[in-house]
Design a binder for this molecule. Structure first.
Ligand code: 5AD
Ligand code: FES
Length: 369
């Protein structure tokens, strides 16, 4: 797809034309990844974080948040619940929490892999290469790390260096594209994505993001609207102004559907979730509309309610007051109502399987500098 086409779609306002985009994305989804909706059970294992991301409620400097860390036994209970509900994957997500040490995570991953047939996805922030390598050897299958925006200056503005880290090596600039390259070399299925409508993000930036998705051949791409958390720096609109009039990307529902649809067209075989952030903007139909406009994955939350309310990356998150069982029933019913079916098995990325068949040389050549 030409860049000018991407820009035109991002700026399109005509409802009839947008219906064409939704239809094209839905057809492309069906032809490439089928009608199954793969379910990934999400476990938010810790809300401790050493980072200072300007948009995120878990940031280290947010003193008002009560912090928690789940025990291995509590996490295993969630994994067994995932099996009971027929999910193929458990996603272990947390803030960037050094207490989730290399050894602790290795033990946990081994236990889940020994006790269950689940695919294990990690989403633990920017971790060292040797940790990522050891967790892969322990059996972790996938890793999610959003690059958030491909505009380097904007990225640096919203990701200040870590709080008081003694070693210079640890203070190095965050380079998520390099980490995504490492994950690929370690043979993980690699997921990434961006936020839509970050203050200062322009249509050109977002078109760059979508083009980059195509170049780095991701296995999963999660996109969601930026949602303002009042206890974060980005909530101060004087310090974090929008891009000049006419250039700022709105952080709204339609823009999110557009990015999901365009991502499907640019990366036809990738797994694309209908995200919780989207369901937060439209609690009634956000997930469903995502699923009929390009998405093929949903991530029902398995985090026990007493912890779930504390995993507040943004306010009023969808499903905040629900239990794992309630989310399971609700989501299954919604998927069936769309005439789709919950995925059987692990729901691995077709991109990943194709890569294994072709061999990795082709992929390494395609990776950006
Ligand atoms: N609004 C929307 N998405 C957010 N994330 C973090 N904070 C926010 C927010 N305020 C997203 C980031 C991160 C993912 C786990 O959640 O993209 O990578
Ligand atoms: Fe949680 Fe619907 S998915 S209540």
């Amino acid at each position: 797809m030409q860049r000018s086409e991407i820009i035109n779609w991002l700026r399109e306002t005509d409802p009839g034309r947008l219906e064409d985009l939704w239809r094209l994305a839905d057809r492309t989804r069906r032809e490439n990844v089928g009608d199954e909706v793969h379910l990934r059970g999400l476990v938010e294992l810790s809300n401790h974080c050493v980072r200072l991301c300007g948009y995120c409620g878990l940031r280290a400097a947010n003193a008002g948040l009560q912090r928690y860390r789940m025990s291995d036994d509590e996490i295993l209970l969630c994994a067994h619940q995932a099996i009971e509900f027929g999910y193929g994957t458990v996603v272990l997500q947390s803030g960037e929490d050094p207490q989730l040490t290399r050894g602790r995570m290795t033990g946990l991953i081994r236990r889940i892999k020994a006790e269950t047939p689940l695919a294990v996805t990690l989403s633990l922030g920017e971790r060292d290469d040797d940790e990522l390598a050891e967790w892969r050897r322990a059996g972790a299958d996938r890793y999610l790390l959003r690059f958030e925006t491909s505009n380097r200056a904007l990225y640096d503005r919203i990701h200040p260096p870590k709080a008081d880290v003694p070693s210079a090596a640890k203070r190095r600039k965050s380079d998520r594209l390099a980490i995504l390259g490492t994950l690929r070399e370690l043979d993980y299925e690699v997921g990434s994505g961006v936020m839509i409508g970050i203050p200062g993000q322009t249509f050109d930036d977002l078109a760059d993001d979508i083009e980059l998705f195509g170049r780095i051949e991701l296995d999963m791409i999660g996109v969601g609207p930026y949602l303002c958390h009042p206890d974060t720096p980005l909530a101060d609109r004087r310090a974090w102004p929008d891009a000049p009039a006419g250039r700022q990307v709105p952080a709204d529902e339609i823009m999110t559907y557009k990015v999901i649809a365009l991502t499907r067209l640019v990366c036809p075989r990738t797994n694309i979730p209908a995200t919780t952030a989207l369901a937060t903007l439209n609690t009634d139909y956000g997930r469903e509309l995502g699923l009929v406009r390009g998405a093929n994955v949903a991530m029902p939350n398995l985090t026990p309610p007493k912890y779930r309310i504390l995993y507040e990356i943004y306010p009023d998150k969808a499903c905040l007051a629900e239990t794992g069982l309630k989310c399971h029933r609700c989501l299954s019913a919604r998927i069936k109502a769309l005439g789709r079916r919950p995925g059987a098995g692990r729901g691995d990325s077709p991109n990943y399987h194709q890569r294994l068949t072709i061999g990795t040389e082709n992929v390494v050549r395609d990776r950006p500098e």
